[in-house]
Design a protein around this ligand. Structure first.
Ligand SMILES: Nc1ncnc2c1ncn2[C@@H]1O[C@H](COP(=O)(O)OP(=O)(O)OP(=O)(O)O)[C@@H](O)[C@H]1O
Length: 343
């Protein structure tokens, strides 16, 4: 795979003790011409980066010409900490964001089942549905139509289901079909209230289901909230992987560690023959993850029971804890806890 070869080659060259691969903002191979954009930490490094890039890529097959461009701005490791005034959510030990570069890859399904798996492993867990454009947690947890209340201290009391504390913007809307039309500052105010004015009690992990993509909402949250890390959900489709790259860069740029990638809809097991079919392609996520130095936390197959469970308000980890999918989520949850305990 050309991108992997390119990133491997760039990883070997350094400027100011930083591998060139860490400075890459965007990379595109058009025919045999590589368009590569670097974040320029310091102006005087421009020539050195250009020279070392051409040198590093000389032996990479498929690349005949290299066009190097720069954008201003240092990558995360060049920034002085603390960069942003990040607020901690009271009572929450670890906040982890579940994001995706693209909509419809199963981010909310993963967030819900991961939260349930964490809870099954004994972690006191909460789930916050910040997907303001399409809150699906109320349906997935069978809490559609429920409302939340505010206590004497003006704090929102989350709902509880399957041992999880949970809050969704869906619980605050007058009806399920009310579109959220908040924009800009009003939206951010609502989201901030959503995070900080909630009586979560004591939690080991709060899973934050982000809206899909890498827009202002995701960036503002990433800049203002103290997070232990982010998890990115993708399918093996090329288009989804291209967007993962953007999501990864966004978290890296604001200094939030990416704990790993979860590959959803990785394959389908034929119930008759037991044969595995890699509908969206095999091994692509692994190659991608290796190229970007990311860990794969696990792979979830396509299973009609997953979709069914979500629609019925009985997620698969709760409904069929011994199924292959539920076991995969438990495996991911174990890795996530290990990763968090190391921090
Ligand atoms: N592993 C899976 N097997 C079968 N169906 C799945 C799987 N993962 C997700 N789905 C189904 O795919 C659809 C999209 O999933 P989900 O709503 O979780 O995606 P999303 O990325 O959160 O979407 P959005 O971008 O709209 O927030 C849902 O109908 C869900 O039930």
């Amino acid at each position: 795979m050309a991108v992997k070869d390119i990133m491997d080659a760039l990883r070997k060259e350094h400027v100011d003790n930083t591998p060139l691969s860490e400075l890459v903002k965007d990379i595109k191979l058009v025919g045999s011409t590589l368009e590569i954009v670097f974040r320029l930490p310091q102006k005087h490094l421009e020539e050195e980066i250009r020279r070392k890039t051409v040198q590093a890529l000389e032996s990479v097959p498929d690349v005949e010409k290299v066009n190097v461009r720069f954008v201003e701005g240092p990558p995360a490791q060049f920034l002085q900490a603390p960069v942003f005034q990040r607020r901690k959510v009271q009572g929450v030990k670890h906040l982890i964001a579940v994001g995706s570069g693209k909509g419809g890859v199963g981010k909310s399904t993963v967030a819900v089942n991961l939260a349930l798996a964490l809870s099954r492993l004994g972690a006191r867990t909460g789930l916050l549905d910040a997907d303001i454009y399409g809150p699906s947690v109320p349906t997935m947890l069978g809490l559609k139509g429920q409302r939340v209340y505010v206590n004497d201290q003006n704090k929102i009391i989350p709902l509880e289901k399957f041992g999880l504390k949970t809050l969704s913007i869906g619980f605050l809307l007058p009806s399920e079909d009310t579109p959220v039309i908040w924009r800009g500052p009003m939206l951010m105010k609502a989201l901030t209230q959503f995070l900080f004015d909630v009586e979560w009690g004591e939690l080991d992990v709060l899973v934050l289901d982000l809206p899909p993509g890498t827009g202002d909402v995701q960036l503002t949250l990433a800049q203002n909230v103290d997070m232990s890390g982010a998890i990115i959900v993708t399918t093996p489709q090329d288009v989804a992987l291209a967007d993962v790259r953007k999501a990864t860069s966004m978290f890296k740029e604001v200094g939030i560690p990416v704990l790993g990638v979860i590959e959803n809809m990785a394959y389908f097991v034929c119930p008759e023959s037991g044969k595995k079919y890699y509908i969206f392609g095999k091994g692509k996520v692994l190659e991608f993850a290796q190229a970007y130095g990311l860990k794969i936390l696990g792979s979830i197959p396509i299973d009609p029971q997953v979709a069914e469970g979500s629609d019925l308000g009985l997620p698969i980890v709760e409904a069929y804890p011994h199924s292959e999918v539920a076991q995969a989520f438990l495996g991911i949850a174990r890795l996530v806890l290990e990763e968090l305990n190391r921090r």
